[in-house]
Structure formats: structure tokens, C-alpha cells
Design a protein around this ligand. Structure first.
Ligand SMILES: [Zn+2]
Ligand SMILES: [Zn+2]
Length: 161
């Protein structure tokens, strides 16, 4: 009886041990599977995060570019050299002012402004008077040439032919 019980106990224990081994191995497999799942999930999450990061990065770049171009177009305020009151407008290769002057200028408002600045600065190096600008109608109806002149030092320059 005692032996039988011990045998049963042992058998039970063996079974339990076997079970444990089996369970452990099942668990281990499951855990490995889980780990794999987690890895897959993590990879997916990482990929999604990367995609989100990339998207966010691209969005940021786009937003920055929009801001920069907005800033540039806002910052590029060029006063009309003729009326000196209104801001010049550029549409394609036409630079115009509401006072009525229109210049055909291919290189854009920025370059137009640069050239004006260069001429004014250059004149300032040898003369204290302010360079005056004047227009002359061109054969193209509605368009004007633009020149700068100083009656004091007789400096004369053409900005738009
Ligand atoms: Zn004007
Ligand atoms: Zn001068």
C-alpha cells in the first residue's frame, strides 16, 4: 500500500515533471512565438514610426518651404522708383506699379531690386545727392524704360532698356 502509494506519487510526480517539461516546452515555444509576434509587431511599429517620422519630416520641410517662400515674397517689398509710394508687383516678366509704370524685365523683381540698389549705392560712393529715376515710353505700348540720373554729378544709368 505504502509502496503503491509511493509509486502512484512517483508516477504522479513523473507525470507532473513530464507535464512540467511539456508545459515548459510548450510555453517556451509559445513565448518564442510571442516573442516573434512581438518582434514582428515591434518591426511593424518601428516601420510605422519611421513612416510617420518620414511623413512628419516631409511635412515639416514642406511647411518650412511654404513659410520661407511666404517670407521671401513678403520680405521682397520693392518700392516703385518713380512714385516711391507703392510697392512694385511682378507678374511673369512684367514689373508694374499702380502709378502706371510697367517694365519688361525677364530676371524678376529680386534682380530688379538688386540692380536698383547697386546703382544707388554706386552713385552714393561719389555723390551726396539722391539718384533720381525717370521713365520713357517704349515702342511697346504700355511699357517703359527706366533710367537713373543725377543733375548734380551728371551720372546717368539705365536699369531697364
Ligand atoms: Zn509707382
Ligand atoms: Zn550725383
Amino acid at each position: 500500500m505504502k509502496q503503491a502509494r509511493a509509486h502512484a506519487f512517483n508516477a504522479h510526480r513523473n507525470l507532473t515533471e513530464n507535464d512540467e517539461v511539456l508545459m515548459t516546452s510548450i510555453f517556451r515555444d509559445e513565448i518564442t512565438e510571442l516573442d516573434k509576434d512581438i518582434e514582428v509587431h515591434e518591426t511593424t511599429i518601428r516601420e510605422l514610426m519611421n513612416e510617420a517620422d518620414q511623413w512628419l519630416f516631409e511635412e515639416t520641410v514642406r511647411a518650412d518651404e511654404a513659410l520661407i517662400s511666404e517670407y521671401q515674397s513678403n520680405s521682397l517689398q520693392v518700392f516703385c522708383p518713380i512714385c516711391q509710394k507703392n510697392l512694385l508687383k511682378q507678374e511673369a516678366s512684367v514689373i508694374s506699379c499702380t502709378c502706371g509704370v510697367r517694365f519688361l524685365f525677364e530676371s524678376g523683381l529680386e534682380r530688379f531690386h538688386e540692380i536698383l540698389q547697386i546703382k544707388v549705392t554706386y552713385h552714393e560712393t561719389f555723390c551726396e545727392r539722391i539718384l533720381q529715376f525717370f521713365t520713357e515710353p517704349k515702342p511697346d505700348p504700355g511699357f517703359f524704360s527706366l533710367s537713373g540720373i543725377c543733375n548734380d554729378c551728371e551720372y546717368m544709368t539705365t536699369i531697364v532698356l
